[in-house]
Design a protein around this ligand. Structure first.
Ligand code: PNS
Length: 169
């Protein structure tokens, strides 16, 4: 059902699994914080059956990363993104586009979300070139196999990944 309360044009939601947050995500959040007055980084609770980090861990790490930015909030959501965005009265969904390979999935999602809530726009943003090859999935794989992830994720995330790995040993 279309929203009754008009959306707040100053607010955008940046949704994702963020398992874990990468420096590419950080780049997109900071860029969008220049365009919108408020950004809500919205962590999907049940993104994967077996995420590396729980939703609580992801939220707390992301909060730590953006603690100095009063216009960047971090929250969690479950269910349909459009329902969450409507409840927040957001006018836009921000998504990062790294390469053409992202396009098809993002295009489908944007149009489905528009079908579900016509007043909500999806805004695509390109990360800085040095982050175009980054993905949470690759970060986890490289780390699991002993590769270096410094510079690819915020240091808070890197520390938590190390702690989790040593706790599992
Ligand atoms: O970081 P991701 O995994 O690419 O983010 C995907 C996300 C969370 C944006 C997408 O899976 C989503 O919005 N999930 C919520 C459920 C939903 O609304 N599904 C319909 C999307 S068209």
């Amino acid at each position: 059902m279309p929203s009754q309360v008009p959306p707040d044009g100053r607010l955008a939601v940046f949704p994702g699994s963020f398992d874990p947050l990468t420096n590419g995500h950080v780049d997109i959040v900071l860029r969008s914080a220049h365009l919108f007055e408020r950004i809500v980084v919205a962590v999907l609770v049940n993104a994967e059956k077996q995420p590396l980090f729980s939703a609580e861990e992801r939220v707390s790490m992301i909060r730590e990363v953006f603690q100095e930015y009063p216009n960047i909030e971090v929250d969690r959501f479950d269910g349909l993104l459009v329902d969450y965005a409507r409840a927040k009265r957001a006018s836009a969904i921000v998504r990062g586009l790294r390469a053409v390979s992202d396009f098809e999935y993002e295009f489908q999602m944007a149009l489905m979300n528009r079908h579900l809530e016509p007043t909500l726009e999806t805004v695509f943003m390109m990360p800085a070139e040095q982050y175009t090859y980054l993905s949470s999935r690759l970060i986890k794989e490289v780390f699991r196999l002993g590769g270096e992830v410094r510079g690819l994720v915020p240091s808070v995330v890197e520390d938590r990944m190390r702690r989790k790995a040593s706790a599992a040993r």
